[in-house]
Design a protein around this ligand. Structure first.
Ligand code: TXA
Ligand code: MG
Length: 344
C-alpha cells in the first residue's frame, strides 16, 4: 500500500475523511502524540489498526470526538457521569481521556471485551476537523509500532507505518509530546490509569479525591489483570538499553564520565551538557517538566537513529506535575531498570 503524506489543508482533510468512511486508516495529528485513526463504529476498520501496529488485541482503544455532545449524539456511553461533564468543562478540548460505562454501539474491537469506553476530545484543529468531516467518532491509539516510542511528528509515523496505512496528515510537531492522562470514573474514587498533560494536582482540584493506579509507578506482570491493559507491556522503548540513575546532579555527571564510551549516551538536562564526556541528548532545562514531556519521545528516537548507542543513562525524573507522565514513560522505556547511586 502506498501511504499518502498529506499537508494539513481543508481539501486533504476531506480526502482523509473519505478514506476513514471507506474503512481505511489515517495518521492524525493531535496535541499529545500522533494517533492512528479508524471509524470507531466500524469493527472491521478498527481491527486493521491492530494489524498495522502489531498491537495485542486485549489492549482497548481511545474514542476521539469533536464535541462533548458527540457522546450523546453517537450514543457512546451507557450513562454520562456528572464528573465527566465537570472534567470536560475544565480540560476539554485537551490531553485528558475519560473512561465511562460503554453502550452497545461500541464494537468489541474498540473496548477489547471490557464494559467501558475511553473518550477523548483532542484540541488539535486538524484532529477535530477530521472527526467532524468523517462524521463519526474515531478510534485511535498512538501511531507507532507497538512497543516503540510514540510518534510526535508525521515523519515518525511514516518511519513506523509507511506502506501499512492509507494516509498521514502532517499537522506539525505535537505540543504536549506524551499521551493523554487517562482517568476512569467507573471506580468509587476516580483513578488515574496513565499520567499525561493534565496533572494529578489539576484533577484533584476539580474532583476532590483522585487515586493513582499502582501500575503508574510499578511493574505489573504480563499475566496479571490490570485496569488499563496498556500498562502491562514494555513500552516506549528505543532499541538502546535505557537505565535510570537515581542520584544527585554531581553523582550523575561522575557516573557518566566514569562509564563514558563510544556506545554510551546521556539523557540529561541542558545544565549537564558542558560537564559530560559522553554523547548528550537533553530533555531541556532542569525542572522544566513541560519541556521534558515535549522532547522525550523525539530524543529516544534520535538516540536510535545514531545507530551506535547501546546504553543510555537517564536522569530520574521528578513525579511532580507533568513530571509524573515523564517518569511513567521513562521507567517503562527502561524496563524498570533503576540504579540507586545513593544506596551504592
Ligand atoms: O494522547 C493519547 O491518548 C493518544 C492520542 C492519539 O489521542 N492515544 C493513545 O492511545 O495514547 P493508546 O492506545 O496508545 O493508549 C491508550 C491507553 C492504553 O493504555 C489502553 O490500555 C487504555 O488507554 N485504555 C483504552 N480504553 C480503555 C478502557 N476502556 N479501560 C481502561 N483502559 C483503557
Ligand atoms: Mg500507545
Amino acid at each position: 500500500m502506498n501511504t499518502l503524506l498529506l499537508k494539513n489543508t481543508p481539501d486533504n482533510i476531506k480526502k482523509a475523511a473519505h478514506i476513514l468512511q471507506d474503512g481505511g486508516l489515517v495518521g492524525m495529528p493531535t496535541e499529545t502524540v500522533y494517533g492512528l485513526a479508524a471509524d470507531a463504529l466500524n469493527g472491521e476498520a478498527v481491527s486493521k489498526i491492530f494489524a498495522a501496529k502489531c498491537r495485542p488485541m486485549d489492549n482497548p482503544l481511545i474514542v476521539h470526538i469533536a464535541d462533548f455532545s458527540d457522546i450523546e449524539k453517537y450514543d457512546l456511553a451507557e450513562e454520562i457521569p456528572k464528573s465527566a461533564k465537570m472534567l470536560s468543562d475544565m480540560f476539554w478540548p485537551g490531553p485528558l481521556t475519560i473512561i465511562m460505562k460503554k453502550s452497545n454501539v461500541i464494537p468489541n474491537e474498540v473496548s477489547a471485551g471490557l464494559d467501558t469506553v475511553a473518550v477523548r476530545l483532542p484540541s488539535h484543529p486538524a484532529a477535530r476537523a477530521l472527526i467532524k468531516a468523517a462524521n463519526t467518532p474515531l478510534a485511535a491509539p498512538s501511531a507507532n509500532l507497538s512497543g516503540s516510542p510514540s510518534p510526535t511528528t508525521a515523519e515518525h509515523v511514516m518511519n513506523d507505518l509507511s506502506g501499512k496505512i492509507n494516509a498521514v496528515i502532517d499537522g506539525g510537531a505535537c505540543d504536549v509530546g506524551v499521551e493523554s492522562t487517562v482517568i476512569t470514573l467507573v471506580t468509587d474514587v476516580p483513578r488515574i490509569l496513565r499520567p499525561g498533560g493534565v496533572t494529578f494536582e489539576q484533577l484533584k482540584d476539580v474532583l476532590g479525591k483522585v487515586d493513582v493506579d499502582n501500575a503508574v509507578f510499578h511493574k505489573i506482570s504480563e499475566d496479571k489483570k490490570v485496569s488499563s491493559p496498556g500498562m502491562k507491556y514494555k513500552h516506549y522503548a528505543p532499541k538502546a538499553n535505557v537505565i535510570l540513575l537515581k542520584c544527585t546532579d554531581n553523582e550523575y555527571i561522575d557516573y557518566i564520565n566514569k562509564n563514558a564510551d563510544k556506545d554510551v549516551a546521556a539523557l540529561c538536562c541542558d545544565e549537564d551538557i558542558p560537564f559530560l564526556n559522553a554523547a548528550t541528548f537533553s530533555l531541556g532545562k532542569r525542572g522544566d517538566y513541560i519541556s521534558q514531556a515535549h522532547r522525550l519521545f523525539n530524543e529516544l528516537r534520535r538516540i536510535d537513529n545514531v545507530g551506535t548507542v547501546k546504553t543510555v543513562y537517564s536522569r530520574m525524573p521528578s513525579v511532580d506535575g507533568v513530571g509524573m507522565a515523564v517518569y511513567n514513560r521513562l521507567v517503562r522505556a527502561a524496563g524498570f531498570e533503576v540504579i540507586d547511586l545513593e544506596k551504592l
